[in-house]
Ligand binder design. Structure first.
Ligand code: SAH
Ligand code: SF4
Length: 399
């Protein structure tokens, strides 16, 4: 799908500070005005110039022809008993544009909330709020649907409808921030909602720059995670463009090409013989690890021999493994694994020296995966969906 050249006037939330400077120079406005508008959007979630109280009326009038509004809005929100918030997102004034989902995930009650990193403070509901906060992880979407066609995934079964713009990706976090409770802050952002982020590389890369920009949301790069089914050239590009600072999660799901190609058609294009070396080459910072996601499908990829083969395949790569018990989807013949098989799978990998976590579902009455919500519509929100543990916060061995 061709990606049109970016135009600030069409997607103000996707604009980088230097683009605001240039666009303001063209309309005879000074750079500090540009930065003011950028901050209204990215630190206060306000995109309508009418609400930017310290901006001159003449400037607001000049901006009136730009698409100066939040591109996303809440179609439906549901809060589970554990305070997980699931938001069905629609695109303002564009009913034909489809829906995606985003999920706010508070820390587990037993989760260590301390922050021992030398990193920027988390993103609070208001700029300037820097007190210790309950650190929330937000899962966001990068496309409406997905072209990758993984057989166990609702987004894959539905196919790709469109790429989100950078502004639509970032605006999910700006919107998510308005749904925080007092004392909470968004600490991690994971691109694990609907879509294959690296298939929408340009918009995702732009969104990553915005999410981590010090004049904006200012998230720490290591606390932003891109999850991919394994687009090898784009993994390399991400590593290069961000010097390995953006956290990488790879959806592996099988330890050999035969099985992986059955489950994930992308493996026919980029087999393990290309993917694994690309992971080895990812320019990880010291003491950092790649998250490996492995969805366990009953009787398909969850047996002891698969665990042993996985241990051999990943030897020498700094990884953290997340085992995800399959969430059954309508129309696909895959089932949840037996609990004992999950524990055995974990045990084999742990014995081989890996950090392995079993991803706990979050929210109530869990019966759908992140990525399924928007496809099933708002009714599914009420039934709730599971949420993904942040790779950056999953080191506490709660499996
Ligand atoms: N497209 C990206 C990110 C979104 S999917 C990717 O594939 O990595 C996030 C994770 O959920 C992936 O690991 C995906 O394989 C997994 N997943 C998708 N459908 C699932 C299901 N029905 N049950 C369990 N995990 C699922
Ligand atoms: Fe797309 Fe990821 Fe689903 Fe595969 S698992 S179809 S890549 S969203």
């Amino acid at each position: 799908m061709p990606q049109p050249t970016f135009r600030l006037q069409d997607d103000p939330v996707g604009g980088l500070p230097e683009e605001w400077d240039a666009a303001f120079a063209e309309i005879g406005e000074r750079p500090f005005r540009a930065r003011q508008v950028f901050r209204w959007i990215h630190t206060r979630s306000v995109a309508d110039p009418a609400h930017m109280t310290d901006i001159a009326k003449t400037l607001r009038e000049k901006l009136s022809t730009w698409q100066m509004a939040m591109p996303v809005e809440i179609a439906h929100a549901h809060r589970a008993a554990d305070d997980t918030r699931k938001i069905l997102v629609r695109f303002a004034r564009r009913p034909e544009a489809g829906t995606v989902e985003t999920v706010l995930i508070p820390p587990m009650p037993d989760e260590d909330d301390d922050d021992d990193d030398d990193e920027a403070p988390p993103v609070g509901p208001k700029s300037g709020l820097r007190a210790p906060a309950r650190r929330v992880t937000q899962c966001i979407s990068s496309q409406v649907g997905c072209a990758m066609g993984c057989v166990f995934c609702a987004s894959g079964v539905a196919g790709l409808k469109r790429h989100l713009t950078a502004g639509e990706i970032v605006a999910q976090v700006l919107l998510g921030r308005t749904q925080l409770d007092p004392g909470e802050a968004i600490r991690n952002v994971v691109l694990m909602g609907m879509g294959e982020p690296l298939h929408n590389y340009d918009n995702v890369a732009r969104a990553l720059r915005l999410l981590t920009h010090h004049d904006g949301l200012d998230l720490s790069t290591r606390r932003v995670t891109v999850s991919t089914s394994g687009l090898v050239p784009e993994i390399e590009r991400l590593g290069r463009d961000f010097k390995g600072e953006i956290s990488l999660a790879i959806s592996l799901h099988a330890p050999n090409d035969t099985l992986r190609s059955q489950l994930m058609p992308i493996n026919r294009k980029y087999p393990l013989s290309e993917l694994i070396p690309a992971l080895r080459r990812y320019p990880l910072a010291r003491r950092r690890r790649i998250t490996v996601e492995y969805t366990l499908l009953k009787g398909v990829n969850d047996q002891r021999e698969h665990a042993r083969a996985l241990a051999r395949l990943l030897a020498g790569i700094p990884t953290k493994l997340n085992l995800i018990p399959m969430n059954p989807i309508e129309g696909a013949p895959y089932e949840k694994p037996e609990h004992q098989d999950v524990l055995d799978f974990q045990g084999i990998l742990r014995a081989a020296g890996y950090s392995v976590f079993i991803r706990k579902t979050r929210g109530d009455d869990i019966d759908a995966a992140c990525g399924q919500l928007a496809l099933q519509g708002a009714r599914a929100v009420k039934r709730s969906l599971p949420v993904f543990e942040a790779p950056g916060s999953g080191d506490h061995g709660r499996a």
